[in-house]
Design a protein around this ligand. Structure first.
Ligand code: ADP
Length: 273
């Protein structure tokens, strides 16, 4: 896979974001910034990336960011663009999950607002700031040796969720936020297409992250319920999500924009499983 440019990963301190950062390092990017509200976690990811980096001259940094705050996002994106010279790939994986599931009649206003602020406003702010940087960059060949594919100014991948397509009991705030993130992907893809910036999203359901693992330990019956709900019979590995993200960053997906790849082992294929 030809990923020799420079990448920014938000939410790179944990789970899917961390797996994406490690994949970028393995695949040979020349620059990589791992951004997270948890700076220590971002630094730990950087150490892991260092140990697997294909490119011995990889420029690698960790940085603190709060994606829900405009000044933080604009400041960090500007700083990353200055440090790396340009941003070819941006993976937006920062986000929050539901703390306590509750049916709509009992849903909490503050929890709803927090979810929209981080998962929707955050996605908008990052997509906007990155789009502006990419728009100002010189285009590069999309695929060396394949001039008919044209040029690119960059690729943005938003980590969505199967919750962008279906509802889950007790998760109205998450379902709402992920449906909105889908809208951001589509509109940004349309607005950015003339500038040769692609925007896509990867929408997983159950993924083997520390949060899901803990929930499966804590909630009786959840592990069995998940296994029964997923036709493939297991939850996704973070590396499997990262593989799909790398596809959207690379020239292998040169004609994909505004795509929302449902990556759920078949979970949403049928009603009533
Ligand atoms: P996932 O399963 O989607 O990977 P995680 O909880 O493992 O979920 O990872 C989400 C990452 O996003 C965490 O590292 C977390 O610190 C980060 N994060 C959460 N809120 C913010 C925020 N406001 N700004 C930046 N990063 C955030």
């Amino acid at each position: 896979m030809d990923l020799s440019g420079a990448a920014l990963v938000t939410g790179g301190g944990s789970g899917i974001g961390r797996a994406c950062a490690v994949s970028f390092a393995r695949l040979g990017v020349r620059g990589l910034v791992v951004a997270d509200i948890d700076l220590d976690a971002a630094k730990a990811t950087v150490v892991e990336c260092q140990s697997v980096a294909l490119n011995q001259n990889l420029r690698l940094e960790a940085i603190g960011i709060d994606v829900s705050l405009e000044d933080s996002v604009n400041g960090v994106v500007r700083q990353v663009a200055d440090t790396l010279g340009r941003i070819d790939y941006c993976v937006h994986a920062a986000g929050v999950g539901v703390k306590v599931a509750s049916p709509v009649a009992e849903a909490d206003t503050m929890e709803f607002d927090r979810m929209l602020k981080v998962n929707v406003t955050g996605t908008f702010l990052v997509t906007r700031a990155i789009s502006a940087v990419m728009k100002s960059q010189e285009p590069t060949a999309l695929k060396p040796g394949s001039p008919e594919r044209g040029t690119t100014r960059g690729s943005i991948v938003i980590i969505g969720s199967a919750s962008a397509f279906v509802a889950t009991p007790g998760m109205i705030q998450y379902t709402t936020a992920k449906h909105a993130a889908l809208g951001i992907t589509k509109n940004a893809a349309l607005d950015n297409a003339p500038h040769r910036i692609r925007v896509n999203s990867v929408c997983p359901s159950w993924v083997d992250t520390p949060m899901v693992r803990k929930a499966m330990e804590d909630v009786p019956g959840l592990a069995g319920m998940i296994k029964a709900a997923v036709p493939i019979g297991r939850i996704a590995l973070v590396d499997e999500v990262a593989d799909a993200v790398m596809f959207f960053c690379s020239s292998m997906s040169s004609y994909s924009t505004g795509c929302n790849m449902i990556l759920d082992g078949g979970t949403t294929l049928s009603a009533g499983r």
